[in-house]
Ligand binder design. Structure first.
Ligand SMILES: Nc1ncnc2c1ncn2[C@@H]1O[C@H](COP(=O)(O)OP(=O)(O)O)[C@@H](O)[C@H]1O
Ligand SMILES: [Mg+2]
Length: 278
């Protein structure tokens, strides 16, 4: 088993009272699969915090715990300093200011764009016309052109449908926005517009949790990086400005001897990601 005490930490103070999220010692099993083994994550206001790790390292499970989809078997979760270990649904997480774009493009076929943007939202004080305006504004920002939100969701491309999922999270005005591989279905122009929204949110103190396989995106948008390996945090809050692609690749892969390929000892699947970074 990996020595948890050997995890690398960035050069910052251990505790931050103003953290948006502090997840400590989170464990989660699915039957015989240990998806998370005492994983830690601390997200502060105004940062883009990338969670990196190979496929199956537990990234989605961790963000699903922060999002109220799964309950941890062990560990503690604080949101804005208040315990949140008992979160049971994404709606409860939303009330606590956490809004998530999940890895899968989750839209309801046959419903309108407008209905999809407000899917799962609690009945708030917003009127129907305010909801329509808000959805139109957010989608125009993401898609770069006005959108008729009464059109069926199926009239949009995959990138457009994923933009609707992003818009669904944005209309909740989150204090923590979680983007789990949300950029993989977006075309480059929409991805760039999303990054501009992310920069605006962080300038207002929102904490963003970002997951992406693309190293170029990670280095473009991140403030700090936490690395998971086999469900355990092996590096916390690394400053992106003093971290290299090679370091991240090594941290992600160090223990997975079986996955090693032929190029400089790096896993084959990761070599092509380094190339895309250029
Ligand atoms: N709902 C589930 N049921 C069973 N196993 C799961 C479930 N969700 C995730 N796992 C397993 O947990 C491990 C971590 O998965 P995941 O969190 O999706 O990793 P990542 O997002 O880093 O690729 C994997 O072995 C995966 O197969
Ligand atoms: Mg995942």
């Amino acid at each position: 088993m990996i020595d948890h005490t050997a995890a690398v930490r960035g050069g910052e103070p251990e505790a931050s009272t103003g953290s948006r999220v502090v997840a400590t010692g989170i464990s989660k099993s699915f039957g015989a699969t240990q998806a998370l083994v005492r994983a830690d994550l601390e997200v502060r206001p105004g940062e883009v915090h990338t969670v990196m790790g190979e496929n199956g390292s537990g990234k989605s499970t961790l963000v699903k715990i922060l999002s109220g989809v799964h309950r941890p078997d062990a560990g503690s979760l604080l949101i804005d300093g208040v315990t949140a270990t008992g979160l049971r649904t994404p709606a409860q997480a939303r009330v606590r200011g956490i809004s998530t774009v999940f890895q899968e493009v989750l839209t309801v076929p046959g419903s309108s764009i407008l209905e999809n943007v407000w899917l799962g939202a609690r009945r708030s004080g917003a009127s129907a016309s305010e909801r329509r305006q808000r959805a139109s504004d957010v989608l125009e920002r993401l898609l770069g052109a006005p959108v008729d939100v009464d059109r069926p969701i199926g009239s949009l491309s995959l990138s457009g449908r994923q933009a609707c999922c992003v818009a669904r999270s944005l209309v909740a005005d989150p204090q923590v926005l979680i983007l789990d591989e949300s950029t993989s279905a977006l075309d480059v122009a929409t991805r760039d517009r999303l990054f501009s929204v992310v920069r605006e949110l962080t300038s207002r103190g929102v904490g963003v949790v970002f997951i992406s396989h693309r190293m170029d995106e990670v280095f473009e948008i991140s403030t700090v990086v936490t690395v998971l390996r086999a469900g355990t945090t092996v590096a916390s809050r690394l400053d992106i400005g003093s971290t290299s692609v090679a370091q991240l690749v090594q941290l992600m892969a160090e223990a997975s001897e079986g996955a090693r390929g032929g190029t400089d000892g790096l896993p084959a699947a990761l070599c092509c990601r380094c190339e895309t970074f250029g």
